[in-house]
Design a protein around this ligand. Sequence first.
Ligand code: TRP
Length: 345
Amino acid sequence: MTIPTLAAEVLPKRVFSGVQPSGALHLGNYLGALVKFVALQNQMQCLFCVVDLHAITAWQDPKALAAQTREIAAAYIAAGVDPNKAIIFPQSAVGEHAQLAWIFNCVARLGWLDRMTQFKEKSGKHKERASVGLYTYPVLQAADILLYKATHVPVGEDQKQHLELTRDIAAKFNHDFEAPGFFPLIEPLIAGPGARVMSLRDGTVKMSKSDPSDQSRINLTDDADVIAAKIRRAKTDPLPLPESIEDLKDRPEADNLVGLFAALAGETPAQVLQRYAGQGFGQSFKPALANALVQTLAPFRAEMRRLLSDPAQIDHILQEGAQKARAIAAPILEETKRIVGFGPG
Ligand code: TRP
């Protein structure tokens, strides 16, 4: 469904995004999410959530969950998100998310959710064994965003369908309850170099924490030796690096490595090719790529370690963030409840 976008003047610009505390972060999360968040915090009000309610749609060890939540918060900060500028908080600390999600469960249609490809992928062959939460996951995601009337949502390409659902829920709510413009119709922020980091073993699939081969990804905890080894073994094709980016088209692995290099160096892929065209990958491109990765990730890792050595400080940041988030969310939920017709109390 195509819906006209909200005029920029109507609402203040506000960014919302979230990362699940459900396992180790990798280079795809770093370039595709964290680096983008840092840039946005100076442009608009930003809320960066650690989406622990989403995480438990698949089993999470309760002993590990709180630590993983702190790790994501530390990763935001280590990447350069400033808790004095952006609001960093755990989703479960703001009860309004779950309350709005319930209302949206009654707005979204089964047919809409039946089309969600991520549920199909995650539930696999045995969908009857998936949690009900996994099925309504995108409804909770819509609640995350609309609870703050966020206008801009930076996410990876794989989240596009969930953002379209968010727009559909906003539009149906506004229509059914005769509250035109109450919830904004959001803008996804998807593009950009490094937005899609592919597996080092197969340039046609996304770098992912669920890939059984650790060689397929650079974990943000990998040290310099591990990074160098993974890049050395990264799949390429037998051809040398081409002269022009058009020649990367049917070479997914080459395309991915050049794109990565460009994102890390702050250059365009064409500029990278200018330097390495005609050479084999192993000659100097791969060592230079490994070096660029180490240069970027080593300070990040050191900062993560420093932050995680003081969990009380992170908890304090998360508590303050939750308070600030609640201050925005509470009046919007109150108004929503009034619109729905919930009585006094
Ligand atoms: N589903 C998102 C992901 O897996 C995480 C997420 C949850 C999110 N709520 C969100 C992203 C709201 C953006 C906005 O990447």
